[in-house]
Design a protein around this ligand. Structure first.
Ligand SMILES: [Zn+2]
Length: 469
């Protein structure tokens, strides 16, 4: 009967006229039938309680989603309601927006949008120049499909979930002013006004960390775009902080500036062939070195995750470009192995200075080696001590004791007895004790760092976790 129920959904791909199926309707299933009775009646006959019938429907849907017959995300409350059971509908909806024929898209908008001329101009300009599609434009392009409001919401959510676009909001006070940015639609070159924010030569008081990921022959289609969309989670809604062009992004982050670019590299000077590699370069500029490593390591992690998820086995090489050579503007800078960034917490550095081959000088090892977890912990000790709450500290002490990372004596020493400092009625912190605890951890093996991260994750302290990861 399970199989029959599943094939019943599949059958609807051919004979139904709806774009999508709705979960609630499906649960009641007045029109999906085992000949000659409805699902619910069928299962009820077998004395299934209502809850179990719902669960059975979930099981069937996730089975079909897993097989690729339908698109359905059980984990998202909004997407859960809508079942995309016809792939061609989904493909057509995406095509309507990601159309390569920009002129045709603009013509459709010009003909069908019923709004004032200046507004129309703005919408078309956003699309043509900035790769931004407003909600109005999206509705207009989808008009032929007669989507319900629920379907439109599910579709916009789905596109963000698939990392095809991200949402931008120009002004918080104008909730209706919603734009979706699709890096795939960008056609413009880098904006000349960025030259003042990110001049080609690194300013004298500034350091630039650079990670190059190179792909032999070519970079897979969509890899850069997905990476660019994923960076949005750290940038917030406001487009003033972020400028996109066809092959890059400039963004302002806490304490630093970042530029991502997607490019074809110059043929290497020492090789005879003219073959060029494709690459993605992540550069971070600022004055304070620890502020620069964090976004670089984070962006590197995102890029590696995307490769693992969508292009497993893809071959690439990665290099950290010598910041000293970059500052000097050397055309052929020293490249250090990018693998050093994979495990910043365990990387052992041999000395305080590292030789830079191309310039023949000794440079500061901190420019090439990501900071160790102990350094990061010490640098952030004050923020952590002020923000780790007393219950959280108590919980961590128990975990660390159980895991045999701290001794009984250390446990007793740090254990908070009375709340020392109350910041609000609900949040109690004990900065002195927490500082002692963190200090103890820096004398422990790397397992202490992993456990600390785990604890912060479990306690939902993601802001603090980001600081020390
Ligand atoms: Zn150098």
């Amino acid at each position: 009967m399970w199989v029959e129920a599943a094939s019943d959904i599949c059958r609807k791909r051919q004979d139904s006229s709806e774009n999508t199926l709705n979960l609630d309707t499906l649960k009641q299933a007045p029109d999906i039938q085992f000949k000659p009775i409805s699902w619910r009646t069928f299962f009820k006959k077998w004395r299934y309680p209502d809850q179990e019938i719902d669960q059975t429907i979930y099981d069937i849907l996730s089975f079909l989603a897993h097989r690729g017959d339908i698109i359905w995300f059980e984990t998202s409350p909004l997407l859960k309601q809508t079942i995309f059971h016809k792939q061609e509908i989904l493909a057509n909806l995406l095509k309507a927006i990601l159309n390569h024929d920009m002129d045709a898209t603009i013509k459709t908008l010009q003909d069908s949008l019923t709004i004032t001329a200046p507004k129309k101009c703005e919408i078309i300009e956003d699309l043509r120049v900035r790769g931004m599609v407003s909600e109005e434009a999206m509705l207009c392009l989808w008009q032929p499909f007669n989507l319900s409001t629920g379907e439109v919401d599910a579709m916009t959510e789905l596109m963000q979930k698939l990392e095809l676009c991200y949402q931008v909001q120009e002004d918080e006070s104008l909730p209706s002013n919603t734009l979706f940015h699709f890096p795939w639609l960008l056609t413009e070159e880098r904006q000349p006004e960025l030259d003042t924010k990110w001049p080609s030569k690194v300013p004298p008081d500034t350091t630039q960390l650079t990670l190059q990921v190179l792909f032999p022959y070519r970079c897979p289609d969509g890899l850069y775009e997905k990476f660019s969309v994923r960076q949005h989670r750290y940038l917030g809604f406001y487009r003033t902080k972020r400028v996109d062009w066809k092959h890059g992004v400039y963004a302002e982050l806490h304490g630093c500036k970042m530029q991502l670019s997607h490019h074809q590299s110059q043929p290497h000077l020492n090789t005879a062939s003219n073959a060029t590699d494709w690459g993605i370069t992540i550069s971070v500029r600022g004055q304070n070195l620890p502020d620069l490593w964090r976004p670089l390591i984070r962006a590197h992690g995102d890029l590696m995750d995307i490769i693992k998820e969508d292009w497993p086995g893809l071959s690439y090489d990665k290099y950290l470009v010598c910041p000293h050579c970059v500052s000097k503007g050397l055309e052929d800078p020293t490249l250090f192995f990018g693998e050093m960034i994979d495990q910043p917490s365990t990387t052992a550095r041999r000395s305080a200075k590292v030789p830079c081959q191309k310039s023949g000088e000794e440079i500061d090892a901190d420019l090439v080696f990501p900071p160790s977890w102990k350094t990061v912990l010490q640098q952030n000790q004050d923020i952590l001590a002020e923000n780790i709450t007393e219950p959280c500290l108590k919980h961590m002490l128990n975990v660390f004791l159980q895991e045999d990372i701290i001794t009984d004596h250390e446990y007793e020493w740090v254990k908070p007895e009375l709340p020392q400092h109350q910041t609000s009625t609900t949040r109690v912190v004990c900065p002195e004790k927490t500082a002692i605890f963190l200090d103890i951890l820096t004398r422990k093996p790397v397992r202490a760092h992993e456990t600390l991260c785990q604890c912060l994750q479990e306690q939902g302290q993601t802001d603090l976790l980001e600081l020390i990861q």
